[in-house]
Design a protein around this ligand. Sequence first.
Ligand code: HEM
Ligand code: HEM
Length: 277
Amino acid sequence: MAHESILAYARYRYLKLATAAVVVAIAAYVWDRPPNGRYGGTWLGYTLGTVAALLIGWLLWFGVRKRRYASNAGMVQGWLSAHCYLGTTLIIIVTLHAAFKVGWNVHTLAYVLMLVVIFSGFYGVYAYLRFPRVMTDNLGDDTLQMLLIRIADLDRQSRQLALSLPDSINRLVLASAQGTRIGGPWWQQLRGRDPHCPTTLASNGVQIIGRKLAGEQAKSNHQLYALLLKKQELVARARRDVQLKSWLDVWLYIHVPLSIALMVTLTIHIVSVFFYW
Ligand code: HEM
Ligand code: HEM
């Protein structure tokens, strides 16, 4: 999917629509002078609240729609563009609905959850626009799969070369082949590097031990060192790829679950205000 056009979709159709909605909401808010002051329970308060709740329902529906239209990328882009711009209007619509009143209650919890969902969405758009290009720059003509194959190949060559070298070098090369992790748990994926990487340890170790070697062994050791440096470079690129993918996905772990939490809290908010009345 060409994410570049999410924001500019159909000549900013949804940006215009969202701007119009915000202008109307602000104008109505300024124009409306309820006798008991502005709050969520005036006719305008109810109207803005209802619009916001319907909008949130529609935004949640997006996940389901997206999958249904998965075969039609153009349709998904239109939905996504509308989702982002109309989703953002909620910041204004709901703030006006609540007439800037917040407190330690379930209404404000809904408000905060909504803001977190929206701001995670901003990050999501940024990630979708930026990271795919960085990923292409990092991989060049390779794929992650190809990098892994080349790494395995370097491991095989290194172990072969190490056979004629001292045990201490063999141990380092074996540890590098068996202990180097590309992915790992999510926090390591996000971090994108391993401070105790056995391949770095091996290439440093091989260089130090190699100073004491002479003749054929020194030559082999030099070749081994070159292989390990090459492996280090490939491992770094593979980790960077995994890292970028995880930064591309991480926000959805906030956006989607908190959307559902928002829906639950919102239901409580709406039900509770009807009980008060
Ligand atoms: C059908 C939709 C909605 C209805 C009927 C509704 C109703 C109300 C009512 C009657 C109040 C005034 C409560 C009071 O002052 O005692 C209120 C306040 C508020 N509402 Fe809504 N609301 C709706 C949607 C929303 C949505 C979508 C949000 C945010 C996600 C929201 C957040 C708030 C907040 C933060 C307040 C201010 C609470 C306070 O005064 O501390 N409401 N709402
Ligand atoms: C309260 C407001 C919002 C709600 C409830 C909401 C909810 C959702 C849901 C349920 C999905 C489907 C995720 C999936 O199943 O893959 C989604 C996707 C998405 N949302 Fe939102 N969203 C909101 C606001 C926003 C805003 C303001 C933006 C951006 C400015 C945004 C950006 C996105 C993007 C880019 C996706 C697509 C993810 C993908 O296709 O991988 N959202 N949102």
